[in-house]
Design a protein around this ligand. Structure first.
Ligand code: NAP
Length: 309
């Protein structure tokens, strides 16, 4: 019989309401017992204003899912791990690489699961794309990830603050897919970051990378796009062109659409979290965050007009 873990969700904002709460409600492996958010509340569970109050009042909680913005996530995750809870992190796992490494050490030392999620890796096209590309020779990779920031991040100021990643907040989803499906590693050579005069993070970015065999891997990220999102990855190989469309909802290989399973990204994330806890293991892959960090290290900054929400 499947064990059922009691779960708390921290940070009740857009992604918690759009995806996490429905996925947990559907899950046979987790029972939502409590939430902590500074202002928001969730019906039919116990609500707290901060994680410390929750952890003090709910000692029987097995696991915590963090849906807060990346800045401050390290402190929240650390508290949960130190209280003996398994932790699932929304993407990006933290505001920098040092924090996620530190969390991994704490989880390991305490025999707890840390799951750094990349929800786009569970899009329907990703596993078949990875399987098809395995053993094939990649010649070029071209990624375009463009959307309207006002639609996807209404009223959010944290995206423009240091650690908020700007357009890399969606762009890192593309990088999570690219690093998952390519048979070889990806290295950043250069980047251009277009930063609004009134922001600390880019509204657009171009990445110039290569894979470890030298094949060019480029990415264009833009938040000034609309109204129809463009979430596309094209991989040219010695055996034809593989195209991921609509963020992983569609897959086309050599011009032929590939039949896919229905979309269930967040349901799959909670199944994976359950399996990791049951197996006493961790899943922490920092490659997408490392590419973003490298873009901030190597990128040329170009100033653009102030962003008006
Ligand atoms: P959001 O709408 O701003 O929601 C985050 C919520 O966290 C806020 O509403 C805030 O609510 C709460 N919060 C902030 N600090 C907190 C703290 N110290 N303790 C407890 N709660 C706190 O942001 P979001 O769009 O949901 O994004 C959150 C994360 O999910 C980001 O890392 C993002 O990359 C990821 N994500 C977002 C999307 C999307 O479509 N938006 C998709 C996939 C992943 P209170 O004011 O009530 O505290």
């Amino acid at each position: 019989m499947t064990s059922v873990f009691s779960l708390a969700v921290i940070g009740i904002g857009k992604i918690a309401r759009d995806q996490h709460l429905p996925a947990i409600a559907d899950s046979s492996g987790f029972r939502l017992v409590a939430c902590a958010s500074q202002h928001a509340e969730v019906q039919d569970v116990r609500n707290y204003r901060d994680i410390d109050s929750l952890l003090n009042a709910e000692p029987e909680v097995d696991a915590v899912s963090l849906c807060t913005p990346p800045q401050g996530r390290y402190a929240l995750a650390r508290r949960a791990l130190e209280a003996g809870k398994h932790v699932m992190l929304e993407k990006p796992p933290s505001a920098n690489l040092g924090e996620v490494n530190a969390l991994q050490e704490i989880a390991r030392a305490n025999g707890l699961t840390l799951f750094a999620t990349w929800h786009s890796r569970y899009a329907s096209a990703v596993a078949p794309a990875r399987a098809w590309l395995s053993g094939r020779q990649v010649q070029t990779v071209r990624t375009r990830w463009k959307e309207d920031v006002r639609r996807w991040h209404p009223g959010q100021q944290w995206i423009w603050e240091p650690g908020g990643l700007g357009v890399f907040d969606p762009g890192i989803n593309a990088l999570s897919i690219v690093t998952e499906i390519l048979p070889d590693g990806v290295l950043l050579r250069g980047a251009q970051l277009v930063v609004p005069r009134n922001a600390h993070t880019p509204i657009a970015a171009d990445l110039d990378c290569i894979d470890t065999n030298g094949a060019p891997v480029t990415a264009e990220f833009d938040w000034r796009h609309g109204p129809v999102e463009q979430w596309d990855i094209d991989v040219e190989t010695n055996a034809g062109l593989l195209s991921i469309r609509e963020g992983g909802k569609r897959l086309v290989i050599s011009g032929e659409p590939v039949p896919l399973e229905p979309e269930r990204e967040y349901r799959a994330l909670y199944e994976r979290f359950h399996a990791l806890i049951s197996e006493h293991s961790q899943d922490v892959d920092v490659r997408p965050l490392r590419l973003v960090a490298d873009a901030f290290l190597l990128g040329r900054r170009v100033e653009t007009e102030a962003f008006v929400p």
